[in-house]
Design a binder for this molecule. Structure first.
Ligand SMILES: *Cc1c(COP(=O)(O)O)cnc(C)c1O
Length: 363
């Protein structure tokens, strides 16, 4: 959807994504970096983001073969890693034809790779379960899996990876345990290693390895929890904006919206903005969730509706229908909106609905 009658849109700042990618590289200078653009680049538009990074990214990572093929069909030629590998043996033909790399995280996938008859060598990444406990080989099985793959005549490049469960908690010892487990599982094996997601890049230099996998930081959000955020500046890549479509003045004691969740505690000027939960704005956003109107910070009041929200314009005598409203972006941090809705910025970004046009802007 490229245009819409509603004033709602997500402006995507491509230069910010480029800067954030460069920052990921500067923080881990000895590693190459796979730009993680799964889930439509966390809602930012995978093809546009890939094209933006095509000249400088060492490669891309996506969740599945459909996401990779979309990139290939758009002319993206660099390495593309399938982070969950394939879901059936038939898919290996697509991987082969499109020249993709794939994670091998379990016995079934290993058997499919070994019995495949690809036209060219298959690049595989052995996934090691160092403590996330979703997918991946047990550390004690890694040597055997590695030799099985190494003996396979159609194996291309072999690498090893793992994924952190708690790297966003810079004080938590669990990441150190995962680092040690990974090192032990690969002892004596000279294959490229990849551990770090954005949190690893930002908070755990010892995790940088040969390849990093920055995701959320490319979009300008630090995943680190609490005050321990490093002194780096990520640039928000998305501005979600709409406009005021109605203004009314209510007396103290009047309720606003469904369920009367918010009751005016004083004479209150209430603005309505064209965005709601059907667009992906979180329905659980609490009263007080930050919002900016014409560059001034204010707050959500009342429950989020399907297509509208209500916000506090008290004291903004000059507010008018048509004034711009920022839901998140340069003024309102997506993390703060997420915190006020008991979720994370990842979910806000990936949860935008198709009703929200993405407007890609390059400075
Ligand atoms: C999504 C994903 C990443 C990126 O994580 P961020 O927290 O967004 O940086 C890295 N590695 C794997 C395996 C992933 O699935």
């Amino acid at each position: 959807m490229n245009s819409s009658s509603r004033p709602l849109r997500a402006r995507i700042h491509l230069e910010a994504i480029r800067q954030n990618y460069r920052l990921a590289k500067e923080l881990a200078p000895s590693a190459r970096a796979l730009a993680v653009i799964k889930a439509n680049a966390y809602g930012h538009g995978a093809v546009a983001v890939a094209r933006t990074l095509a000249d400088e990214a060492d490669g891309f990572a996506v969740a599945c073969v459909e996401e990779a093929l979309e990139l290939r069909e758009s002319g993206i030629r660099g390495p593309i890693l399938l982070l969950e590998g394939v879901f059936s043996p038939e898919e290996i033909a697509l991987v082969d034809r499109a020249g993709l790399a794939m994670v091998v995280h379990g016995r079934e996938q290993l058997a499919w790779v070994l019995s495949a008859r690809p036209a060219r060598p298959l690049d595989c990444w052995i996934k090691v379960d160092t403590g996330m406990h979703r997918v991946g080989f047990a550390p004690s099985d890694v040597a055997e899996v590695q030799s099985a793959l190494a003996a396979c005549p159609h194996l291309g490049e072999l690498s090893a990876m793992t994924h952190f469960a708690r790297a966003d908690e810079p004080e938590h010892p669990y990441t150190r345990l995962q680092l040690a487990t990974f090192a032990r599982a690969l002892e004596g094996q000279a294959i490229p290693r990849s551990l770090a997601n954005s949190a690893g890049i930002l908070a755990w230099p010892e995790s940088h390895g040969d390849w990093t996998r920055p995701g959320i930081m490319l979009y300008g959000v630090s995943p680190l929890i609490g005050a321990a955020s490093p002194a780096v500046t990520l640039r928000p890549a998305m501005t979600l904006e709409s406009a005021i479509i109605s203004i009314r003045d209510l007396a103290a004691g009047e309720p606003v919206g469904y369920g009367g969740r918010f009751v005016c505690d004083r004479p209150t000027r209430v603005g309505v903005a064209a965005i709601g939960y059907a667009d992906g704005y979180p329905r659980h956003a609490r009263d007080g969730t930050p919002i900016a109107v014409k560059g001034r910070l204010t707050r959500l009041i009342g429950r989020v509706s399907m297509d509208m929200i209500t916000l506090d314009l008290t004291g903004m005598a000059d507010a008018r229908v048509g004034d711009p409203v920022e839901l998140w972006g340069g003024m309102v941090s997506a993390t703060d909106v997420a915190l006020a809705s008991d979720t994370i910025a990842y979910q806000l970004f990936t949860g935008l609905s198709r009703r929200v046009p993405l407007i890609h802007e390059d400075a």
